[in-house]
Design a protein around this ligand. Structure first.
Ligand code: ZN
Ligand code: ZN
Ligand code: ZN
Length: 275
């Protein structure tokens, strides 16, 4: 099935509040960044400008040169992902290269010969190394989340991020530019811009939608969305066998996680990252 083409919502700057169309965003944001003023106590530091995309949702953020993947993970959880503390990871994947997984709890690479001694004691060193190289080439290298963003993205076109290994939500991180920016003490991630809420419309009347129905039978290239009025009548009309009450109606959130695992956005969750 081909998806109907939808216009991506504009992106709102958290520096000026202005809304920019997608194709002008980078130019406009660059201008805004060039005129940033900061308190004297803020230190100028080399920084990265990242985009995080899960269309139609997008975040633009700045990070310091020593910001870690752990900091970015905490930010993504807070602003987009967190429902109940699932596992998450960053992944570098590219053809003909060994993948790298960045995890909270990576497995140590075993001693080269311990496995051989345990399972293939008759193999010579040479035979074992030959086999082991192939095995390792197919198994991703695991690294901790304490690696800096700069190191993880050095020479890398993008990093994937996954939250929740069951009902997984994915997004892609890219470096948009290198900059020097002012950083007040203790800050490591700054939200620069975020997509405006998409123009969701009610399936019944075409008015602005604020709720959705999470029932599989209402899936039609996306969850069925409703205005407040039709959200009230939907369950009774369409799901009388499930009780007809409103447990299957959830608020619409400006997040790619919505509505997995009962996710709903927490008002003010981005506050800590906007200044
Ligand atoms: Zn959950
Ligand atoms: Zn309606
Ligand atoms: Zn429904």
């Amino acid at each position: 099935m081909t998806r109907p083409r939808t216009v991506l919502p504009p992106v709102e700057s958290r520096l000026t509040g202005a809304a920019h169309p997608r194709n002008q965003l980078k130019r406009q944001l660059k201008k805004e960044l060039a005129t940033l003023t900061a308190p004297d106590t803020a230190a100028m530091r080399p920084s990265l400008w990242l985009s995080v995309t899960a269309a139609p949702f997008v975040l633009h953020v700045a990070v310091r040169d020593d910001t870690t993947l752990e900091d970015v993970d905490a930010f993504l959880r807070e602003v987009w992902m967190e429902c109940c503390g699932h596992l998450s990871l960053f992944e570098f994947r590219q053809k003909n290269e060994r993948s790298v997984l960045y995890l909270a709890d990576p497995e140590e690479e075993e001693d080269e010969f311990e496995l051989r001694d345990a399972y293939f004691p008759d193999m010579t060193d040479e035979e074992w190394l030959k086999m082991n190289v192939q095995v390792r080439a197919n198994a991703p290298l695991q690294k901790p989340l304490t690696v800096t963003v700069r190191e993880a993205m050095d020479g890398v076109p993008d990093l994937r991020y996954e939250y929740d290994m069951g009902t997984t939500t994915r997004c892609v991180l890219k470096v948009e530019a290198e900059l020097t920016l002012p950083w007040p003490e203790g800050r490591t991630v700054r939200l620069l811009a975020r997509n405006a809420r998409p123009d969701w419309v009610c399936r019944e009347c075409g008015e602005a939608a604020t709720k959705l129905c999470i029932m599989g039978e209402c899936w039609d290239d996306g969850y069925a969305k409703f205005c407040a009025k039709h959200a009230r009548t939907h369950s009774r009309k369409v799901h009388p066998r499930e009780g007809g009450d409103s447990w299957m109606i959830a608020p619409l959130s400006n997040s790619p996680r919505d509505p997995c695992c009962g996710y709903f956005e927490h008002p003010g969750s981005e506050k800590e990252y906007v200044w």
